[in-house]
Design a protein around this ligand. Structure first.
Ligand code: RIB
Length: 302
């Protein structure tokens, strides 16, 4: 059984629910505050594990209560946490506002995530096998991402990169098999005045396959088979979009690990994303393989 190795961040999410996010200089009265599990790495690892993949998370937390809570929650979802080191910095924190439309805005204080070194990633990934998928995001230091790419290439495994947020990287040198970005991130990577379809095609010079997520409009997949538009899977309701992109990436990686079918994998991602927005919190939804299959079956019956 292939393993999905997620190299990425762990955060404690501090979530303020408010009618809308405040503008500059503005104070808005909110309705609730909640502490939850988050970090793009942790969210994607949880999604991959729930979607049925054997999943190992390589990350770091502080030696603090938040770190203990996050590691315990990951253990409870079946993510292998032996690749998480304990740092002398506090556990990462994300301060999130979720508005009445379910839209989020996020400030991340990296803390321990900023201490993940290339050497630590290299050591943690020595057991990667050719069948495996290594998945990283932009919320950890550049050297850690580069080490993940090198370890994947050395093992003959697939390297998937969710460049969220966009950070400076020599993408062309990383041998990225699957690059996953949203429309905003795609526009930062390809600054020329192009359609989103042209941007996805342009980005293929940097990765074997490119997946651009487009929210309610689904996703574009640029691969050796050409450019494919996958329609969105309709969400039953939208209460919180936080972590929807992470559910997409984790489910995609789990499905991609099975047979490297990028279109099937992206469809799994779309289904997981639709399930994710219907629940509160970055890891609050049931994005298990049966739930994904049900969502896909319901969508194809329409
Ligand atoms: O992608 C959502 C995540 O971004 C949140 O869980 C938060 O921790 C930030 O990392």
């Amino acid at each position: 059984m292939p393993t999905v190795w997620v190299v990425g961040s762990i955060n404690e999410d501090v979530v303020a629910q408010a009618p809308r996010a405040p503008g500059p200089g503005e104070t808005v009265l909110g309705t609730s505050i909640k502490y939850g599990c988050g970090g793009k790495g942790a969210n994607q690892a949880v999604a991959a594990a729930r979607a049925g993949a054997h999943t190992i998370l390589v990350s770091a937390t502080g030696d603090d209560d938040a770190g203990s809570r996050q590691r315990a929650a990951l253990d409870a979802t079946g993510v292998d946490t032996t690749g998480i080191t304990i740092s002398d910095q506090p556990t990462g924190t994300a301060v999130i506002t979720v508005d009445d439309e379910g839209e989020n805005s996020i400030v991340v204080i990296p803390g321990a995530n900023a201490t993940i070194t290339g050497t630590a990633v290299e050591v943690a990934l020595t057991a990667v096998k050719a069948d495996d998928v290594v998945l990283a995001q932009g919320e950890i230091p550049r050297r850690a991402i580069e080490a993940a790419a090198v370890a994947a290439r050395r093992a003959g495994a697939s390297f998937a990169l969710n460049l969220a947020p966009v950070i400076p990287l020599e993408l062309a040198q990383l041998s990225v098999d699957v690059l996953i970005v949203n429309e905003h991130e795609a526009s930062l990577l390809v600054r020329r005045d192009q359609t989103i379809e042209d941007r996805a095609t342009t980005l293929r010079s940097l990765a074997h396959a490119v997946v651009v997520t487009m929210g309610a409009r689904g996703a574009l997949v640029a691969s050796s088979a050409g450019l494919t538009h996958l329609p969105a899977i309709a969400a039953q309701r939208v209460v919180d979009t936080t972590g929807a992109g992470d559910a997409f990436c984790g489910a995609l990686a789990a499905r991609f690990a099975k047979d490297r079918d990028i279109l099937a994998a992206a469809n799994w991602g779309l289904a997981a994303g639709a399930l994710a927005v219907a629940a509160h919190g970055a890891q609050g939804a049931d994005t298990s393989a049966p739930a994904i299959e049900n969502a896909l079956a319901a969508a194809s019956a329409h």
